[in-house]
Design a protein around this ligand. Structure first.
Ligand SMILES: CC(C)(COP(=O)(O)OP(=O)(O)OC[C@H]1O[C@@H](n2cnc3c(N)ncnc32)[C@H](O)[C@@H]1OP(=O)(O)O)[C@@H](O)C(=O)NCCC(=O)NCCS
Length: 151
């Protein structure tokens, strides 16, 4: 068992976004990560880089979570813009999405993951084996914490 409520949502699938509507859902979810006064750019060039991989966790035809896996470094992956639909949190979807992203990074030959954790997500990542790391790249949120995990 992986803790996912399949009755309500259908089997969740971790995959590339399916089209315009799913990209709109991604942008709507990502906007939740931005504070008032911060600007989210839905056309940011980082999403189009060949070594950046946007993924969704979708269940029952609905996008319930998203993240981006950046494989810019040959040794470690960076997970960015990690977010689950608020109404669907605390049901295991975030953990399932994280595990799927780690498997993707491992299959791509990366030995570790780095991310900027928002303060409210530190406990979530810690439960999944992440700990504080030194990373020269500062978090966008000044209260954020740089965390990492060896795969
Ligand atoms: C962080 C985030 C992605 C986690 O997604 P999620 O779907 O809620 O994650 P999970 O359900 O796997 O785990 C969340 C909690 O629910 C609990 N949980 C998991 N399955 C559960 C279940 N079936 N029943 C009850 N609780 C459950 C977990 O124990 C976990 O607790 P913890 O946070 O204390 O570790 C989500 O809360 C989110 O989008 N937050 C806002 C954006 C954000 O902070 N993103 C991270 C930026 S770095």
């Amino acid at each position: 068992m992986d803790g996912i409520d399949r009755k309500a949502e259908g089997a969740p699938v971790f995959r590339t976004p399916g089209g315009v509507a799913e990209w709109q859902a991604i942008h709507a979810l990502r906007r939740l990560l931005f504070e008032p006064g911060e600007t989210y750019d839905p056309a940011h060039p980082d999403d189009g880089r060949a070594d950046h991989h946007v993924r969704v966790l979708a269940a029952g035809g609905t996008v319930i979570g998203t993240l981006r896996i950046d494989l810019t470094d040959p040794h470690w992956a960076a997970f960015r813009l990690v977010v689950v639909e608020p109404a669907k949190r605390n049901r295991g979807f975030g953990g399932a999405m994280l595990a799927a992203a780690e498997a993707f990074a491992r299959a791509a030959g990366r030995q570790a993951v780095r991310l900027h954790a928002k303060p409210d997500a530190v406990q979530f990542y810690a439960r999944h084996g992440y700990g504080p790391i030194d990373w020269a790249e500062p978090p966008r949120d000044p209260a954020g914490v740089n965390m990492g995990k060896i795969l």
